[in-house]
Design a protein around this ligand. Structure first.
Ligand code: ATP
Ligand code: MN
Length: 536
């Protein structure tokens, strides 16, 4: 085990343009925890974890994420409302304002890195205005050893000033908050927002450009774990579909919960050094690994504590997106280092609020490519005003907001790798069963876990007409039986007790898929197009 308790020596930030700052370099999580509380920016929960509020923003702000358009990015980035261009000289001006803002202040600096595989290592220097955000960087990025720190040369720098407010008129931002990536200067500039997710997803977005363009490696928005005989499984899915929840499986070693690379040397490696789990309705019974990771060193965000300091997991009065970050070693069963072999099973997770998609089904290579490019999940009514029925949501590659290249670039790489590795691809609906949102209910976690275990154990490998039926609208192969799951749960249609209503919903969802896919049709071959659902 690395000793992370080294004394804080210090560094100068003059070369960044940050003058006369009081620099706290490489403080321990304990020191940062204590400073946060001393400054009144957080409190200690009964579990010993630090609890903070992220302020105005309790989630990322995709509309305020920019990429500097320059000679590196100009012809490669898929520009549009996901990858919004920002002028290089505007960036320089804004950067100068941010570093002037940080000058004469107390700042927290951490050297860390991303990518658990030596060959892909990206050294990162994180400069934070707030101590708890620097502790977040400790939790989420990989932690260099003392030896590595002696010769540390940062490649990318994150300059994070949540208290700095941009002036859109002058600075060229949309509003006061911004997260801007500059691939020439190798800087992620974040201001006006205290949501820590911007820090981790900033580097993720940078890697989603760097790895495919320069390193021939596929970056993926997925979690990963590995079984006793070394078989890797990966789980793609949009926010809230279950990547973190389902990858924490006591029977398997966790590789990572959110961001991975798949190399040409038949390995999968984690970009990060920690997890960032949702804690809404978290219970020790359903999710013991995550529950027990909430201890000293963890940072809870936007939760409500009672007067004993206990987290009220069902209280969403600040946000539905309550979170906890912790270093990966807070989970008991982990793979060290966070690298696995080629995956044997790939799961696409979707939280279908229409209750249409089967809870587990097997995909052909064409269907796999189709569903990957589609990136379907559903948005359900939450705190957002005006949404009172679920909406289909499509996000290419199950992570469009973080993908600087055209989605088909990633899809082509994934298809080639899946074929070469001969993986099984499964679609898992972690959403509604027994009817749509409002009538049915979310499928029980224990059933989803049982289906995934069965797939991983090979219990569902025999594919015949006796063992599988084909969904008449989506063409997906659904197992008729699965250990640990009642047969009727395996057919979403059967759970409805209303065939007419079910098929109506199924065709409606199919139409949404087809409508969304139109923009990708010109890039897709016949095999992929054949993966589309049927129309009535
Ligand atoms: P993000 O990308 O935002 O980190 P994620 O894919 O990691 O999202 P999770 O944090 O795993 O998503 O969230 C899944 C949520 O859904 C958890 O709160 C979990 O308790 C809940 N849940 C309820 N039923 C299921 C189920 N059957 N399978 C998976 N998750 C479920
Ligand atoms: Mn997650």
């Amino acid at each position: 085990m690395v000793d992370h308790t080294q004394a804080s020596n210090t560094i100068s930030l003059e070369s960044y343009g940050i003058k006369n700052a009081k620099v706290h370099y490489q403080l321990t999580p304990k020191q940062l925890h204590d400073i946060t509380i001393a400054k009144g920016q957080g409190v200690e929960a009964s579990s010993g974890a630090l609890a903070v509020n992220t302020g105005e923003f309790t989630g990322r702000s995709p509309k305020d994420r920019f990429i500097v358009k320059d000679s590196i990015t100009e012809d490669k980035v898929w520009w549009g409302n996901i990858n919004i261009p920002f002028e290089s000289d505007k960036f320089q001006k804004l950067y100068d304002k941010v570093v002037a803002y940080l000058s004469n202040k107390e700042v927290f600096v951490r050297d860390s890195y991303a990518c658990a595989d030596e060959k892909y290592k990206l050294n990162i220097r994180v400069i934070n205005e707030q101590p708890w955000m620097n502790m977040f960087a400790y939790n989420m990025f990989l932690r260099p050893t003392e030896d590595e720190l002696k010769n540390f040369t940062p490649e990318w720098t994150i300059v994070n000033a949540p208290g700095f407010m941009a002036d859109p008129e002058v600075d060229g931002t949309r509003q006061h908050n911004f997260a801007i990536l500059d691939f020439t200067r190798k800087i992620a500039l974040i201001g006006g927002t205290g949501y820590t997710g911007e820090i981790k997803k900033g580097i993720f977005s940078a890697l989603n450009f760097i790895l495919p363009v320069f390193k021939n490696t596929l970056p993926m928005h997925c979690s990963a774990n590995v079984g006793e005989d070394g078989d890797t499984a990966i789980f793609f899915g949009l926010s809230g579909t279950g990547k973190t929840t389902l990858s924490a499986d006591p029977a398997r070693k966790l590789i990572g919960d959110d961001e991975h690379g798949w190399t040409n040397e038949n390995t999968v490696f984690n970009f990060e050094g920690g997890c960032y789990a949702k804690v809404i309705n978290l219970s020790e019974e359903n999710e013991p690994d995550i529950f027990n990771a909430i201890k000293p060193g963890a940072i809870l965000e936007n939760v409500i504590l009672n007067d004993k300091g206990e987290v009220q997991f069902d209280d969403t009065s600040i946000t539905q997106n309550t979170r906890v970050s912790y270093p990966i070693y807070h989970i008991n069963n982990i793979q060290v280092p966070s690298i696995g072999k080629n995956p044997k099973n790939i799961f696409f997770l979707t939280a279908d609020a229409f209750g249409v998609l089967p809870p587990i089904s097997r995909l052909t290579p064409g269907q796999a490519a189709y569903h990957f490019i589609s990136g379907y999940t559903a948005k359900v009514a939450g705190t957002e005003a005006g949404i009172d029925e679920p909406l289909p949501s499509f996000s290419a590659c199950f992570g469009a907001p973080f993908m600087p290249l055209h989605p088909t670039k990633y899809a082509e790489m994934l298809s080639a790798k899946m074929k070469e590795a001969g993986v099984n691809v499964w679609l898992i609906n972690t959403g509604w069963t027994g009817g749509p949102y409002g009538i049915g209910s979310r499928i029980k976690l224990k059933y989803t876990r049982a289906m995934i275990s069965a797939a991983l154990k090979g219990d569902l490998d025999e594919v015949t007409d006796e063992t599988y039926r084909t969904h008449s609208v989506f063409g997906l192969k659904q197992p008729r039986t699965c250990p640990g799951v009642p047969d009727e749960v395996l057919s979403s249609r059967a759970t409805w007790n209303d065939d007419e209503g079910y098929y109506k919903a199924a065709y409606k969802l199919s139409e949404s898929f087809r409508e969304n896919f139109k923009k990708f049709e010109e890039f897709a071959n016949d095999e992929i197009l054949a993966g589309a659902p049927n129309v009535r």
